[in-house]
Each structure stands twice: as C-alpha cells, then as structure tokens.
Design a protein around this ligand. Structure first.
Ligand SMILES: Cc1cc2nc3c(=O)[nH]c(=O)nc-3n(C[C@H](O)[C@H](O)[C@H](O)COP(=O)(O)O)c2cc1C
Length: 216
C-alpha cells in the first residue's frame, strides 16, 4: 500500500507544473522518497495488469557515466543540430525555446550527476510491438508526477534509446527486457512552474476530424 499522500499542492496543480527539470543538485535523495516514487510507478495501469515492468534504480556513478557517453553522442549527432534548425513548438517562443535548448544541453553534460536514476524497463520480448510502450509510460508519468509532488525534479528521457544495445548492456538489462525511459531524479536547482503548451482548441475536435469543439 502507498503511504498517506503528503500535504501539498492538489493533483491539477501538480499536473500543470510537472515540467522537465533538467538542472538538478547532486545532493542525495532520501530512500523514503525514492520508495514513494517507485510505489507511484507500480500503481500505474499495464495491459491486462500484466505488470511486466522492472524499475532499475541506478546510483552507481560508473554505470551512469557509461550511459551518459552515449546520451551525449546522440545529442551531438542528432538532437543538437535539430535544435538549431527547428521552430519553437506550440506555446513556446524563440527565447523560451533557446532556454529549453540550453537546459537540454546542460542535462546532456550532467546526466550522470543526477543522484538517482530510475530506469523504466519492460519485459517485451525480442521484437516488441508498437503498442509495447503503452504498458510502461503510464508508470513513467506516475513517477514524474510523484517526484514533482515530493519536491523532486526529473525529466522523461528516451534519447539513450538511439544506442539501446550499448546502453542496455552497460546497465546490465538482460535479453527479453528493454529500457523505455531513464528518469534522472534530484532536488531541482530552479523552481517548478507552469508548462508551456498551445491552445487546447487547436488539438481537440468534436464529432469529426478537424471540427471545432465549441466552448473549450
Ligand atoms: C517521449 C519523450 C522523450 C523525451 N526525451 C527527452 C530526452 O531524452 N532528453 C530531454 O532532455 N528531454 C526529453 N523529453 C522531455 C521533453 O523534451 C519535454 O517534456 C518537453 O520539452 C516539454 O517540456 P516541459 O515538460 O518542461 O513543458 C522527452 C519527453 C518525452 C515525452
């Protein structure tokens, strides 16, 4: 059973302020908080309630550093160049997008320094289907929300998957399982704030593709 909910912001405030927190302090995270985040992950739904997940907690600096090397490689090869040519997403603007890139670069360089990683893994066989992730990402989102509620910062990261064979081997993930996300967790340097998204009406339709949903 989960512990009593800590006193703090309500669920809607938590949802709307669970931003990617990429600048983290190296200070250790109390075991009790890690446990609460993991319990929140395990409370999530999975297809048929199969619970084929494993949550690998990594604190070992050497293992994290091995993975960071590939995480940075993927940034230098793909993600960094893409930022310089792409437009800001909905709800953002050039200045905000620049700050996002700076934070992404910061996390890339300091990935392994986050005191705790939770690596969300799934037993998905050798050739996972497109739907496989739907049985692990609800747990990932639960953990992000729980971390936020406990005052811990994190970011959903998947870039390591560009080098999945190498990083899964470095993390000792056995055949038949794959890592789907790495959550670097720590106390944030900055403050939580509202997420930036576009207008809701741009992405919601009523009774037909492209038809406006009045009143939202
Ligand atoms: C599937 C997925 C993969 C992501 N991978 C990364 C990643 O590898 N590195 C990173 O810094 N952020 C990653 N993010 C975080 C997004 O960039 C971030 O959520 C988005 O920019 C919105 O920012 P906000 O949540 O602060 O509003 C990922 C998010 C998702 C949903």
């Amino acid at each position: 059973m989960a512990e009593a909910t800590p006193q703090g912001p309500g669920i809607f405030e938590i949802i709307h302020t669970t931003r990617a927190m990429r600048r983290l302090k190296p200070d250790p995270v109390p075991e009790d908080l890690i446990r609460q985040v993991l319990l929140a992950g395990q409370a999530a739904a999975s297809g048929g309630n199969t619970q084929r997940w494993r949550f690998l907690v990594l604190k070992d600096p050497e293992i994290k550093k091995k993975v960071q090397v590939y995480y940075k490689k993927a940034y230098d090869e793909v993600v960094g160049p893409r930022y310089t040519t792409s437009a800001p997403p909905p709800g953002s603007d050039p200045a905000r997008y620049k700050r996002q890139q700076a934070a992404v670069e910061y996390l890339t360089d300091h990935y392994h320094e986050a005191p705790v990683w939770i690596v969300a893994c799934l037993e998905d066989g050798a050739n996972p289907a497109r739907s496989a992730g739907s049985s692990i990402y609800p747990a990932v989102q639960n953990m992000l929300l729980a971390a936020r509620a406990l005052g811990l910062g994190s970011t959903l990261t998947t870039r390591h998957i560009s080098y999945e064979k190498e990083v899964d081997a470095a993390m000792g993930i056995p055949p038949g399982f794959h890592s789907y996300a790495i959550l670097p967790i720590g106390y944030p340097m900055g403050r939580f704030g509202p997420v930036g998204r576009g207008p809701l009406a741009d992405v919601v339709y009523l009774d037909g593709w492209g038809k406006a949903y009045p009143g939202i």
